[in-house]
Write a protein that binds this ligand. Structure first.
Ligand SMILES: *[C@@H]1O[C@H](CO)[C@@H](O)[C@H](O)[C@H]1NC(C)=O
Ligand SMILES: *[C@@H]1O[C@H](CO)[C@@H](O)[C@H](O)[C@H]1NC(C)=O
Ligand SMILES: *[C@@H]1O[C@H](CO)[C@@H](O)[C@H](O)[C@H]1NC(C)=O
Ligand SMILES: *[C@@H]1O[C@H](CO)[C@@H](O)[C@H](O)[C@H]1NC(C)=O
Ligand SMILES: CC(=O)N[C@H]1CO[C@H](CO)[C@@H](O)[C@@H]1O
Length: 464
């Protein structure tokens, strides 16, 4: 009897594991990850306690306080383009990426030059400034009901900043790419291949949603056709069969713009769809596996693949858009047609959930790609802080080259960067768990960011 009950419990547990994931647990962890990426003075509420204060003099050499913000990935540079996170002024990047990448050092010990790069009239960086405006506008909406004062402050920063009139106006008035301004300081790290025009429209679209000011809507409407004329420029220098409408990530915003604007148009039957809804539909058809115009690929185990490094950034970012568009389409009762194939909102949500489940362990290796979720997950992630002993355990400084033995070690990382999602498996569903293989083993803020949104949805809308 005892054995039977025990057996039944095991079978039930197995069924539960296969059928669904603990999205709430994964959501909590996906947010916790960002605490491990924090730079500057850590708050007293810091839960990832193996991390300590770092970069406490960032910006001081130019007399500006640039302390704080986030490290974008497994290194100690604050690249602001993929993060879109405000420090002060129009900070574009902080750190010397070459010096930093040549060292394997804890952020708490780093001693490579902390060079600040800020956008100005002479040194434009429209994509970074416009991305910051978009991030501020979107965040102001998130905090509007819970913390109206903070929300108002965020919006004010997007639309009105110190000596700069507004991040958006500054980006638009001083047009130029940070790619040209900073050259080798951002390329090959975060080269902007798609230009800054998409970020200007993206910034205007978010500002329109946050403020409802007609000038931002005019900006979107008047410039979108130029944007769509540009043939897809390639992310990470890798050729790709999709069009501009199929691109979405830290560089190219096109699909995000179309879906964001579609939400406004779908809820307003009097307005003209313009190029937005048709292009949003084309995006869906480029992702749906059964679509005749699919341009992404899928591994045998079902994971979405697109050219370019850190593949899970594509799986999370595109799934997030599919989910958002499915919900807008459902609210307005429409289906998407890809040739003869009909994409219902339910099908798009199912596809997005399939990607999330794959990441959490429903895959041929039964491996979760989120550190600390499930019992089989990456142990040797490409992340300096996670792989070196913590300051608590080893208070003495570990210098630039002093970290090399830890990088080369076959031991698992001593510090769990809980919630970090790595670049992921190869397109044959294999994963080597190698610290040196950064394309697959490095976590990044832009893999996790869209995943937070997906997990929040699946946490409150579990599968039937
Ligand atoms: C950014 O710089 C890289 C390297 O010089 C170049 O290949 C790329 O085309 C540039 N992007 C744009 C939009 O000009
Ligand atoms: C709906 O669209 C029309 C035409 O574009 C516009 O004048 C109107 O303000 C929109 N209504 C809402 C509620 O957004
Ligand atoms: C789709 O819309 C229906 C009717 O408005 C609603 O009941 C349902 O919850 C929606 N489904 C999703 C997945 O949003
Ligand atoms: C993954 O889990 C399934 C179901 O429990 C099992 O049949 C399979 O052998 C496992 N695969 C690996 C590689 O562990
Ligand atoms: C980046 C860009 O081309 N912006 C244009 C958007 O539309 C306005 C109004 O037509 C133009 O003044 C901008 O130059």
């Amino acid at each position: 009897m005892g054995v039977l009950v025990f057996g039944a419990v095991i079978v039930m547990a197995m069924v539960t594991t296969v059928a669904s994931h603990d999205y709430g647990d994964a959501l909590t962890k996906s947010i916790l990850f960002f605490e491990g990426q924090r730079s500057g003075k850590l708050p007293s509420t810091q839960r990832m306690t193996w991390r300590k204060d770092s970069g406490l003099r960032d910006g001081f050499q130019i007399g500006v306080d640039l302390v704080g913000g986030y490290y974008d990935a497994g290194d100690n540079v604050k690249f602001n383009f993929p993060n879109g996170i405000l420090n002060n002024n129009a900070g574009m990047e902080l750190g010397d990426p070459y010096g930093d990448h040549n060292c394997w050092e804890r952020p708490e010990d780093m001693d490579t030059p902390r060079i600040p790069y800020a956008a100005s009239k002479q040194f434009p960086g429209s994509e970074v400034s416009a991305e910051i405006a978009a991030a501020l506008a979107a965040s102001s909406m998130v905090f509007r009901s819970r913390n109206p004062a903070y929300s108002a402050r965020l919006l004010k920063r997007a639309t009105m900043v110190d000596e700069i009139d507004s991040y958006f106006d500054f980006a638009d008035a001083n047009r130029g790419s940070y790619n040209d301004t900073l050259g080798p300081w951002v390329c090959p790290f975060y080269c902007d291949f798609s230009g800054y025009e998409d970020e200007l429209i993206w910034g205007a679209a978010w500002l329109y949603r946050a403020t409802k000011e007609p000038k931002y809507w005019s900006y979107v409407e008047q410039n979108i056709s130029n944007l769509e004329k540009n043939v897809a420029k390639h992310t990470d220098r890798v050729g790709y069969g999709g069009g501009s409408f199929a691109e979405f990530g830290w560089d190219t915003k096109n699909a995000g713009i179309n879906i964001l604007v579609s939400k406004l148009l779908l809820s307003n039957s009097t307005s003209d769809a313009g190029p937005f809804i048709p292009n949003a539909d084309k995006f869906v058809c480029s992702v749906l596996p059964e679509s005749p115009t699919v341009s992404v690929s899928y591994s045998p185990g079902g994971l979405l693949f697109k050219p370019g490094g850190s593949n899970l950034q594509h799986a999370t970012a595109l799934s997030f858009l599919l989910l958002a568009y499915a919900r807008y389409s459902n609210q307005s009762n429409r289906e998407i047609h890809c040739g003869n194939v009909v994409a219902t909102p339910a099908r798009l949500i199912q596809l997005a959930r399939r990607q999330v489940d794959y990441i959490l362990g429903t895959n041929p290796l039964n491996m979760s790609y989120m550190v600390g979720y499930g019992n089989k997950f990456p142990r040797k992630i490409h992340h300096r802080g996670s792989s070196l002993p913590s300051v608590d355990r080893y208070p003495a400084r570990i210098n630039c080259q002093g970290g090399t033995p830890y990088f080369q070690s076959n031991d698992p990382n001593p510090n769990l960067l809980t919630g970090a999602v790595v670049g992921g498996p190869d397109n044959g569903d294999s994963y080597s768990d190698s610290r040196a293989d950064f394309v697959h083993s490095e976590p990044t803020t832009y893999i996790n960011a869209p995943l937070v949104g997906l997990l929040a949805y699946f946490r409150s809308n579990p599968p039937l």
